[in-house]
Design a protein around this ligand. Structure first.
Ligand SMILES: Nc1ncnc2c1ncn2[C@@H]1O[C@H](COP(=O)(O)OP(=O)(O)O)[C@@H](O)[C@H]1O
Ligand SMILES: Cc1ncsc1CCOP(=O)(O)O
Ligand SMILES: [Mg+2]
Length: 274
């Protein structure tokens, strides 16, 4: 049974990656300055088409034509927030899914309140690390080390389920095990390598990959979220053997994602029910 489940997830992951390569969904990213380059390259390597457009003036023309939107508050300032909100509203109105990365949600009142306002604008998926999801669930500042997590993803399972129930979003918590829940179902993706934490913007980039997979399979956002996390992890597993440290892992990760083949995906995708 477990093998069967694993194989099904492998096929689903391959379907999402293949579909991304075939359809090249246009992903608008309103993201932090740190992540822009790596996020765009991750999306390109997966076959998607990234566009880092964040001007308030362009959103009414541009956002209705995208396939999905990724909003990341990593280097948030007050002047960026109206564009994020407008883009989320325009995307929802146009029937396009959007994904929220609540970077360092618990680091300040300003960030936390921005996240809470954004969650009200109906993201399809929220992906954060353990501390971010706990901060959002508790609606409280603290218990985070800036953008890095002070918690294991498994510490936030119940918080993720409650947040998913309350918001109607899929909630993903990244870490050694990536947790994905819709409030009822919970799966864990056990792919990836610990050194991913030593490369900035890997979390941001996997959130953008989730947006790409949700764009090609919007009615299965739960599955698309789990497979995106797993595929990113599998690419890292392939890359680590070729790497000498974080800088070369970063390079090989992009190459591995670009070159991932069917048999590797079927063999390595490791998603199970929790
Ligand atoms: N200990 C770990 N082992 C394997 N993969 C990990 C580990 N920690 C994080 N990852 C992976 O690194 C990526 C970024 O996750 P994470 O570091 O939790 O996000 P963030 O950068 O937003 O804090 C994800 O793909 C996640 O699966
Ligand atoms: C270092 C840093 N500072 C503000 S945003 C950012 C990038 C965070 O990226 P990630 O959440 O993927 O680690
Ligand atoms: Mg992050």
């Amino acid at each position: 049974m477990e093998d069967e489940t694993k194989n099904n997830w492998g096929s689903t992951a391959w379907a999402h990656l293949s579909s991304t390569r075939q359809h090249s969904p246009l992903i608008q990213c309103i993201t932090n300055f740190v992540s822009m380059d790596f996020m765009a390259n991750t999306l390109l390597a997966a076959g998607a088409s990234p566009a880092m457009l964040h001007s308030l003036q362009e959103i009414p023309d541009f956002t209705p034509n995208i396939n999905a939107l990724c909003i990341n508050i990593g280097t948030l300032t007050a002047d960026w927030l109206p564009a994020m909100k407008m883009a989320a509203e325009v995307a929802v109105k146009a029937g396009k899914p959007w994904v929220l990365d609540p970077v360092a949600a618990g680091a300040s009142k300003f960030r936390l309140e921005a996240c809470i306002e954004l969650v009200k604008l109906k993201p399809c998926v929220i992906r954060g690390n353990g501390s971010e999801i706990l901060a959002l669930f508790r609606a409280s500042v603290g218990s985070t080390k800036g953008v890095d997590s002070m918690h294991d993803s498994t510490d936030a399972i119940e918080a993720a389920k409650s947040l998913a129930e309350a918001s109607g979003c899929i909630v993903a918590v990244s870490g050694a095990v990536d947790i994905v829940t819709d409030g009822k179902r919970v799966v864990g993706a056990r792919n990836g390598v610990a050194m991913l934490q030593k490369i900035t913007a890997t979390g941001c980039s996997v959130t953008a990959l989730i947006a790409a997979f949700v764009a090609v399979d919007p009615v299965h956002a739960f599955e698309a979220t789990a497979t995106a996390l797993s595929i990113f992890g599998v690419a890292a597993e392939m890359a680590i053997d070729l790497s000498k440290g974080p800088a070369s892992l970063r390079m090989h990760l992009i190459d591995s994602l670009y070159g991932l083949d069917h048999s590797t995906v079927l063999k390595r995708v490791n998603i199970t029910s929790l």
